[in-house]
Ligand binder design. Structure first.
Ligand SMILES: [Fe+2]
Length: 397
């Protein structure tokens, strides 16, 4: 094995994670929530980092640290946004000051402490990290790479051309116009938690009928080339803490569903409608991505790429698509992987993985044997009655 050992890190928004790679080989990966049992834990992933470093060979040290976004650009966007939202945006200031303190002081110190040298710390732009996590492990020599999420530093949607030379940026859509934030707004409206309940909204959609698509299309303009624009009079996420404005409630005709309230058919229909709009947008984006880059393969990452129903429609409805590869950790945890791969590559030509993709599986975190699982369950007052295949749980990566 050769190549630099690079530790990738994501943190300070949600889905904090650490990843260890050597060159293009993925050695270990873990999300902080698995250690702290705090779902989508955003804090600096000390436990995940310790685990990844424990997988280094004896005497080896990380050569570099790769962080999954540019904290300076992110800070700039946060300040600009607060400024543009004045005077109402003044309520963002206390949180903004806290975030800026963390990004400018705490985070650089935490990253530097990993190797002891500030020069070893590299910042990779948020969407480039996502794109790298999708393209570099993929089985394709070349591909269009589409990243769709809530927001990175400024980008919410980016298109890349992936070749042996790496990732070339082709186009972007910027904050506040965001499919991820649109979906999160409806997640909140239907009574689920933003940044973790989106999968519940997707799961709710098939219980309803998409009868409110026209109302939602008053809020978002979808263009034939895959681009889109939100009408920000309906959304408050730029001002926070709510994602939706009073106008949003007025158009939808009912107040947001309270968390844990019984879900009525109205909200099922809302879920079906926003899911239909998202799928329409993703199909247009993917079609445009293939036509613009001239590639027939497509790689996806970003939190919206976790919408497996939309992904299924791409596979079924785009005859021009020959290969589709989606980063399993498409959310921000996967950004730690992409950042590490990008830094480890260091501008060298990419080699296509032999015999498939470079992620045979996603079992990259700590493993436990069946006896340890049994004892832990018993401690928690649970019964260990069935494990389909204990060897799977005990597998060491
Ligand atoms: Fe992201």
């Amino acid at each position: 094995m050769s190549g630099k050992y690079v530790l990738g890190v994501s943190s300070h928004f949600h889905d904090a994670a650490a990843v260890l790679v050597q060159g293009d080989r993925i050695i270990a990966a873990a999300q902080e929530e698995r250690f702290t049992r705090q779902k989508a834990d955003w804090r600096f992933p000390e436990n995940a980092i310790a685990y990844c470093l424990s997988r280094l060979p004896a005497g080896a040290h990380p050569d570099a640290v790769a962080y999954y976004e540019d904290p300076a650009l992110k800070a700039e966007r946060i300040v600009q946004n607060a400024r543009h939202q004045m005077p109402g945006g003044a309520r963002l200031w206390p949180q903004m000051v806290k975030t800026l303190g963390a990004l400018s002081q705490e985070l650089p110190a935490q990253l530097t402490a990993i190797t002891g040298h500030a020069d070893d710390v590299h910042f990779v732009a948020h969407h480039r990290s996502h794109a790298a996590s999708a393209f570099y492990p993929s089985p394709f020599a070349s591909a269009a790479v589409l990243v769709v999420d809530g927001v990175g530093e400024y980008s919410t949607t980016t298109l890349w051309s992936g070749t042996a030379e790496g990732l070339e940026p082709i186009g972007e859509i910027r904050f506040p116009h965001s499919l991820g934030l649109l979906y999160s707004a409806f997640t909140q409206y239907c009574g689920f938690r933003v940044n973790s309940g989106e999968y519940k909204l997707m799961g709710l959609a098939p219980f309803g009928a998409p009868i409110y698509v026209d109302r939602i299309k008053e809020m978002i303009t979808l263009r034939a080339d895959g681009s889109f624009a939100l009408d920000m009079s309906y959304f408050d996420f730029a001002r926070g803490p709510s994602s939706i404005s009073p106008l949003f409630e007025g158009v939808m005709g009912k107040p947001p569903l309270a968390p844990d309230a019984p879900v009525t058919p109205f909200y099922m229909n809302i879920a079906a409608s926003v899911q239909a709009v998202l799928e329409e947008a993703m199909i247009a984006l993917a079609r445009h991505a293939l036509a613009t880059t001239g590639h027939s393969n497509l790689c996806l990452a970003g939190g919206v790429a976790l919408n497996c129903v939309a992904n299924g429609r791409l596979r079924a409805e785009l005859p021009e698509l020959s290969g589709l590869w989606i980063q399993p950790a498409a959310g921000d945890a996967g950004g730690a992987l992409g950042a590490a791969l990008e830094v480890a590559r260091d501008g060298a030509a990419r080699t296509v993985p032999v015999g498939g993709d470079a992620m045979d599986h996603a079992l990259l975190g700590p493993s436990y044997d069946a006896e340890t699982i049994r004892l832990a369950l018993e401690d928690a007052g649970l019964v260990y009655d069935r494990v389909d295949d204990p060897a799977t749980y005990a597998q060491q990566v």
